[in-house]
Design a protein around this ligand. Sequence first.
Ligand SMILES: [Zn+2]
Length: 481
Amino acid sequence: MVPFRPVPLVLHDTATKRKRPFEPVTPGHAGLYSCGPTVYSEPHLGHARGPVVFDVLRSWLEHQGYRVRLVTNVTDVGHLTDDADEGEDKLAKRAALERLEPMEVAEKYFWAYFDAMARLNVRRPSVVPRATGHIPEQIELVEDLIAAGLAYERDGSVYFDVGAWSDYGELSGRDPSELVEGTRVEVRGDKKDPRDFALWKRAEPDHLMRWRSPWGEGFPGWHLECSVMSTKYLGDEFDVHGGGLDLIFPHHECELAQARGVGKAFARTWMHWNMMTLDGEKMSKSKGHFVTLAELFEAFEPAVVRFHLLRSHYRSVSEFGEEALLGSRQGLHRLREAYVALVDAADGAEPEPGFADEARAAFAAAMDDDLGTPQAIAALFGLAKEAHRRLPSATPGQAADAAEAFETLLGTVLGVELEGGAQADAGARERLAGLAELVLEQREAARARRDFATADALRDRMTALGIDVEDTPTGPRVRIR
Ligand SMILES: [Zn+2]
């Protein structure tokens, strides 16, 4: 472990709209919270960006010697109601095993999500709190908000009284008059103000997930769990809260109001990542214009997907068309080739100072500037180029040093696997070389029996396949392009 040193890291903060230095609440520790998935469908591409960004932030802080606690919640409550077509009576009559058990759905997609994340080499968060596991704490916060005069009960539901909280809108910077639009809180009972949002909802008779509360049987509002679970595991004030841009309002605005309303300072920095597009169009599940991760992994190695995600800055739109991914595959291949060549040249030697320090410094400067992964990757391409230039004269120790830089920066910090693809490629190339050798023998045999037409045809076919045959004084030589 690297000894701890304060880092010059700056992160863009949504609340203040500027980059601010990373100054942790507890020196040497970093507390990160990101809003996780709602587990009721197959994990898709939109699920991947945030976890990859936060995984890299975590690794970068650990690389500086920080102890990081990353908390990512799983929403397994509130969205899982019974199928509308199924009447309440029918449902009640069906055997317990036949009916839709919401936790069964949540469990299935919980694991599907984490399996997909594991394939993307996203490490498991330090804590993965589930909303259903924190009902008493959520009820407690609602009680505290009522006691603070910021919430009121109507007909078994409890609402946050936006009019009583003058800071509402501080995160999103929205004008209070705008806030009525786009509020997607279900209207149930009579709210005092259309901006008010539900903290607790009364369960209708057919609602499957329900808990007892001081206000009757119901379930928590969607925003509540994050205020509760982030502060439970990270403290009343913590370092970074992350989420997709679409979560700023209303979700994060509401989270903030709920926490500040009971006197908790909450997140110091708010990080929001941008959306992804598919062939230039915003991905939308409702329009069927999206890709599940399982589909994507059939076409592309997960490491390529991860590398591709990091090639655009988290605050920029990331384009996920096939062409863009092919470009990333090729780029990663180049880095892996450089790494393999360095490992070969190092031949097990101990690292000694060489030509990698400039790339290390450029990588660090890029990462410290609001997690500039595209520039950090550019530094690695610079190192690959330098390796190509320097390898013929470098000592094994210098090659080992540059290989170590790839392992640490690309492998550990960015979490992109260096092997796998490269090794598979190496195996494939070996077989290809063997095959080329075999064809070459046939060509030589044709030439020996003066069948030049066949010999030339074989050579032309090989050239067309990207295998050049060069006739040298010592015999033919093969080069695979
Ligand atoms: Zn949240």
